[in-house]
Design a protein around this ligand. Sequence first.
Ligand code: F6P
Length: 375
Amino acid sequence: MTMSLPTKEVSMLKGKRIAINTGGGDAPGLNAVIEAVVMSAYHRNWEVYGIKNGYTGLLNTDEIVRLTPEVVRRISILGGTILGTTNKGNPFEMPIKNVTGDIEIRDVSDRVIQNFKRLRFDCLVAVGGDGSLKIAYDLFRKGMPVIGVPKTIDNDLGGTVITFGFDTAVSTATEAIDRLHSTARSHERVMVVEVMGRHAGWIALNSGISGAAHVILIPEIPFDIDRICDHIMEDELHGDHYAIVVVAEGAAPKGAKALNKGAGEVGRQDVLLGGIGGFVAQEISKRTGKDARSMVLGHLQRGGSPTTFDRLISLRFGSAAVRLIENEKFGTMVALDPPNVKAVPLEQVIGSIKSVPLDSDSIQTAKDIGICFGD
Ligand code: F6P
């Protein structure tokens, strides 16, 4: 079944037809962006259509859904995304089974563009992180009008002070760290918490400081395991018989690469990271003789309702995206530049990882209050 199309006259009367998709790993706030886009478009007499599962919904158009105020009303408080998402659907590098049953990587982006034009969409609002926004930019270069909205719990996307989803992830991680203090103290143990953060240590840094960690390990600062052990033993001398170590999944010892679990599913653009928490716990135990346990916080950080901050910023991003469409600022991304939301060219954003600056106030604060980075 394909979507029924309005006649040209009806389409013109009704104003613009906007498509929206959510791509990559989910993040709390996606539904709030969708609600704001739909409501802002509705008040301009425009129509919004939801593309399912990232860009794959523009290849198989059967599941495209009309998003009306009735569909999206009050979804801003819900986690996840009503449109579904995937990190395997890059139309420029789509894994497709050939006649012999082997997987071939093919560029099917022309089909995406054709379907977009056939459905008479005026713009795609692409909500995603670096990978999804790179696809949006490549489609823009092929003639598709797009507006990007920055999402990732990792907060590692350039061009914007903050991405939505990050604040919720930090709150979840902080709450988990808070809870570990009592059990670690009771057993005089070292508890190592592995949090997300592939390329940048924002979640580890912010939750580690807020959760009163003893040690924070981030990708930006390669660590020396002996320095960490010395710090834990010094704290021990001062009466702290337990320790909390917060480690970003992308952190690595000096001279080593981040630990990974391989390529993951077919069509995935990046390797699955993980394992550094277990490694750090094992090494600390070996060297200090203390009990050490590790836990991986994993996808808990992506789940649940968005915090107040993430709800607000997601709604502001969605509404700003519609204003950018109105002003035909295609090929740009909405970005937070406090107190304003502005537009930045997608070209400037993609591929630019926003790392934690080593001279940042947060790193300095952490060091001043006695937190060790293993450097
Ligand atoms: O959203 C980014 C991220 O949370 C990374 O920190 C993490 O490595 C990755 O997603 C995990 O993705 P997946 O859900 O595909 O395992």
